[in-house]
Design a protein around this ligand. Structure first.
Ligand SMILES: NC(=O)C1=CN([C@@H]2O[C@H](COP(=O)(O)OP(=O)(O)OC[C@H]3O[C@@H](n4cnc5c(N)ncnc54)[C@H](OP(=O)(O)O)[C@@H]3O)[C@@H](O)[C@H]2O)C=CC1
Ligand SMILES: O=C1O[C@H](COP(=O)(O)O)[C@@H](O)[C@H](O)[C@H]1O
Length: 510
């Protein structure tokens, strides 16, 4: 008899064979994430038979040279290691197409090339276009795909597009991009990628909440005191990232997308079903219910921005943010942000959500912690002790993916002394294997036409509405809130600690 717990309990469409065209194929994302993800899917037997990959970029390269560059990186980063024989088979499916993004002829040639591939395979002409270019080219690529007729598929086939981040830099640019996308592809064929949604523990959030009867009855303002989301990175601006980052900052780079997406999974109501729109309808309501920090005073009270100064991370001396490669020495871009968010719904009224994200913090770790209210202290006097905050549920997004629940226990012995203890579930231990990379799941979902783990148009725009007020207060108000400072390798500015202290809370130690 089959084990019911092992079956796929949610019926999803199967990923279908297609040709994946990657725009920006000589770039970092393709080499470090996309091709290794496709390779790992092939190794695990998950990649549909007959998938072909066409790399589109402007440098002159023969197929073999392109493949050699991909192989070099795959050897370094592939989750499942690099097997020469498996790679040898996989790489046969990859070819290179040289063209400028802005050159209409290049898309005509691409169209002919794709028809040829279909004929060679004797297969269906499904096409998955992955836009992994700088955002300045998103419009050109979409418009040129349309002009070449590549946005429409032949009968019984599909043409889909995955659009990388950043999806706009503010509400106006996101709306513009959404308009270009909707002029070229149907919404059902549009996949706005947010790789945090493909992380295993993020996918498990709905299961944790709605497939376990012990959590959902407590998941509201009667029992929950506060929720924290921390995304810490020890890296700074390596690999020439400073140029991009200094135009974006922590709020746009991570909060507008990844962290608001995580938060909406934590705060959403149960969806009526697990369809893409069923889930996204509920997520967008959370973002729409965020109390708006729409004046400089509200921003100063609820948001802390910061930059790191020179310090030590992992024992190595690192420069301050303004001394980083390609960063303006007088930059007013934040490399750290902490926010107090209020979700004005029946369920969450009065419960603060604290979010913090920073570069050059002591380590790389992302987690969500749900802090439950303490019981009345009439029986056990826990006041001031480490057992005072009794129950905390911690969802570790990365690394060491897992979930732990902190409870309070009696210390064995003759006296009644209490101490916090932890029940811990680790993916690697319980399931005996590591989790796939987020891009693996997301690529398969796009091949299956399942947009559940991709952001919908309205989610992106609602998130920008919230973020724009803060950016406006920081960069356009007459008396902008201060830029706090902290030493690289520490846990952020003291102002971020004060933000929680005002509410009688403290950041959880990671
Ligand atoms: N790198 C990462 O880890 C992540 C990246 N992203 C996003 O993915 C996108 C790509 O990032 P990344 O790979 O780092 O960027 P890179 O700068 O490394 O790569 C850019 C790619 O675009 C190509 N290109 C640039 N201009 C043209 C042109 N005019 N015509 C044709 N091709 C051109 C380059 O080709 P050529 O080499 O031939 O010039 C290269 O293949 C960005 O939107 C980024 O925000 C998102 C998450 C993570
Ligand atoms: O999108 C981005 O994500 C990375 C962090 O991704 P992770 O999967 O390694 O947690 C971040 O470093 C980068 O600044 C941002 O653009």
């Amino acid at each position: 008899m089959s084990n019911p717990f092992r079956e796929d309990l949610v019926s999803r469409s199967r990923p279908q064979p297609c040709t994946v065209v990657i725009f920006g194929a000589t770039g970092d994302l393709t080499h470090r994430k996309l091709v290794p993800a496709l390779y790992n899917l092939a190794v695990d037997g998950e990649l549909p038979h007959g998938v072909k990959i066409v790399g589109f970029a402007r440098r002159d390269k023969a197929d073999d040279e392109f493949r050699a560059g991909l192989e070099e990186l795959n050897r370094k980063v592939s989750r499942s290691g690099h097997d020469d024989e498996l790679w040898g088979n996989f790489v046969q499916s990859i070819t290179y197409h040289r063209s400028e993004f802005t050159d209409a002829d290049g898309y005509q040639r691409l169209s002919e090339r794709l028809d040829e591939i279909d004929r060679e395979c004797g297969g269906k002409g499904n096409r998955l276009f992955y836009i992994a270019s700088a955002p300045d080219f998103f419009d050109d690529i979409l418009e040129n795909l349309k002009a070449a007729g590549l946005n429409k598929a032949s009968d019984g086939c599909w043409a889909r597009v995955i659009v990388e981040k950043p999806f706009g830099t503010d509400l106006a640019t996101a709306r513009h991009l959404n308009e270009v996308v909707s002029r070229t592809f149907e919404e059902r064929d549009t996949f706005r990628i947010d790789h945090y949604l493909g992380k295993e523990t993020a996918q498990n959030l709905m299961v944790l909440r709605f497939a376990n009867s012990i959590f959902e009855p407590l998941w509201n303002n009667r029992y929950i005191d506060q929720i924290q989301i921390t995304c810490a990175e020890n890296l700074g601006m390596e690999g020439g990232r400073g140029g991009y980052y200094d135009t974006a900052g922590a709020l746009r780079d991570m909060v507008q997308n990844h962290l608001l997406q995580l938060m909406s999974l934590v705060a959403m109501e149960p969806p009526t079903d697990l369809s893409a729109d069923g889930v996204r309808d509920e997520k967008v309501k959370v973002i729409r219910s965020l109390r708006q920090w729409d004046t400089p005073e509200k921003v100063a009270k609820n948001v802390v921005r910061g930059q790191y100064q020179a310090g030590y991370v992992d024992g190595e001396s690192v420069p301050g943010y303004r001394e980083e490669d390609r960063v303006d020495p007088e930059s007013m871009t934040e490399a750290y942000v902490a926010l107090r968010l209020m979700v004005d719904t029946w369920r969450w009224s009065g419960v603060p959500f604290y979010i913090r994200m920073g570069k050059r913090l002591p380590k790389k770790a992302t987690e969500i912690s749900v802090h439950f209210k303490s019981p009345p202290s009439v029986l056990f006097n826990t006041q001031g002790s480490s057992a005072a905050e009794s129950n905390v549920l911690v969802i570790r997004i990365q690394p060491d993916e897992g979930i732990s629940l902190r409870t309070v226990s009696k210390i064995p012995g003759t006296s009644m002394r209490l101490e916090p203890v932890k029940m811990d579930f680790r993916y690697a231990t319980s399931f005996g294997k590591g989790s796939p990379e987020a891009y693996e799941r997301l690529l398969l979902d796009a091949m299956a036409g399942d947009a559940t783990l991709f952001a919908r148009r309205d989610e992106v725009e609602e998130a920008w509405k919230f973020i724009d007020h803060i950016e406006h207060a920081w960069h356009e108000s007459e008396e902008p809130p201060v830029m706090a400072e902290f030493v690289a390798g520490t846990w952020g500015p003291k102002e971020a600690d004060d933000l929680l202290r005002e509410d009688g809370h403290a950041w959880r130690r990671l």
